[in-house]
Ligand binder design. Structure first.
Ligand SMILES: [Zn+2]
Length: 262
């Protein structure tokens, strides 16, 4: 908790107008967009496991780093919500993006199935944006699994319905429309580039997306619970393919609607 608050304070210091930031310097180095890439889980939260013991938190970080590098090549300023194996409360992840006035928030995860039979059967890429109601029971199950990595203190801070609450917020509602567009841009390119099974674009009540005030998408980039897919997911070349598809999608999304990037 202390470590992530320190990280948040460090990020807040990067805000335009923050003390110690010269205006001329900020202007000269102005990025064309700001993206926050959120490697799922971390620290005590392993996320899902592969059949051979790879952990979602590790692969999510590796892939997130590659995505960040590709987005920087596009001219973006990219901040990761964690750069090491540390706990970051789910609620802080969107808060970081809001504090940076990010244009995009991407939460990076790997999917998992509960039973041996389903672990053998299910593979592919599933892309999510926020909704109070899940698309179907399977989407609800994914959200429930990802929401379970809320830290102990967060359950108390989260009384009421954060998703329902945020949908009453007009600014967030506008971002939600844009989230849907961004989700389709990402999903189509990811499936085309990787050749992975198309598991669709879906909606579900993801706690990590609920507070984001900008287009926000949660990517389940493959099933870590599937033996062959988990092997691909830890292959650096496959990770680069994913990262390039994400960067291409962001570039296409930006040029399709310049108004999206204020
Ligand atoms: Zn996850």
């Amino acid at each position: 908790m202390t470590a992530s608050l320190a990280a948040l304070a460090a990020l807040l210091a990067l805000l335009p107008g923050a003390p110690g930031k010269g205006k001329a310097v900020a202007k000269a180095a102005a990025p064309t967009f700001v993206a926050v890439v959120d490697p799922g889980h971390g620290g005590e939260q392993d996320g899902a496991w592969s059949p051979t013991g790879d952990r979602e938190k590790e692969l999510a970080l590796e892939i997130s780093r590659k995505i960040a590098a590709r987005l920087r090549k596009l001219g973006g300023r990219v901040v990761l919500t964690r750069t090491g194996d540390i706990d970051v409360p789910l609620v802080n992840r969107a808060t970081i993006a809001n504090a940076l006035r990010a244009d995009i928030f991407l939460s990076i995860h790997l999917n998992s199935m509960p039973s041996a039979e389903l672990r053998r059967a299910r593979h592919g890429i599933e892309t999510f944006f926020l909704s109070a109601d899940a698309t179907d029971a399977s989407a609800a199950a994914v959200a429930a699994r990802e929401n379970a990595s809320r830290m102990a203190g967060e359950a108390l801070a989260d009384e009421g319905d954060p998703v329902g609450f945020i949908l009453q917020d007009l600014e967030s509602a506008a971002a939600l429309t844009e989230s849907s567009r961004l989700a389709y841009f990402l999903h189509e390119r990811l499936v085309a580039r990787t050749g992975a099974q198309d598991e669709g674009v879906k909606q579900a009540p993801f706690y990590v997306l609920a507070g984001a005030r900008m287009p926000a998408v949660l990517l389940e980039l493959g099933f870590i619970s599937h033996e062959a897919e988990s092997r691909r997911l830890k292959d650096p070349a496959y990770q680069e393919t994913i990262a390039q598809a994400v960067a291409d999608a962001v570039a296409a999304w930006r040029s399709a609607d310049r108004h999206a990037m204020r």
